[in-house]
Design a protein around this ligand. Structure first.
Ligand SMILES: [Zn+2]
Length: 128
């Protein structure tokens, strides 16, 4: 994907060469009749599935930045899980060097034993 972006950036940037004929010929050699295909047109396999899911507002492979939660009872930290319990590490304060680890179980939201932030386990299906 990065190679295609670099190629596209090179083709959209005006190239200053001594001869306009050479510039036109190099552009024709790299471009097709329809122009350069987009990422969605030439993506295949897993990359194509991920792009289609992102287009529909889904993030099955956790590629986007996770949403931030307040950690209160009304807005608990959401912890995705494929099972019924998951080990959670809480950095209770921003400058803490020690992580408080505890098991989060399915059901109601649980609180961190040290700072009291709320965490809720939500079942998550794997994309494949
Ligand atoms: Zn905590």
């Amino acid at each position: 994907m990065a190679g295609r972006l670099l190629l596209r950036a090179c083709l959209t940037t005006p190239v200053r060469l001594r001869s306009a004929v050479v510039s036109g010929a190099s552009r024709r050699a790299l471009a097709t009749v329809k122009g350069i295909p987009t990422d969605e047109e030439q993506a295949t396999g897993l990359e194509r599935r991920a792009l289609q899911a992102l287009k529909h507002g889904k993030d099955p492979y956790s590629m986007l930045k996770p949403k931030e939660y307040a950690g209160t009872k009304e807005d608990p930290h959401i912890v995705p899980c494929i099972g019924t319990k998951r080990l959670v590490g809480c950095l209770c304060e921003e400058d803490n060097t020690a992580i408080v680890w505890f098991w989060l179980h399915e059901g109601n939201a649980q609180r961190c034993p040290s700072c009291g932030s709320h965490y809720k386990l939500v079942h998550h299906e794997l994309p494949h």
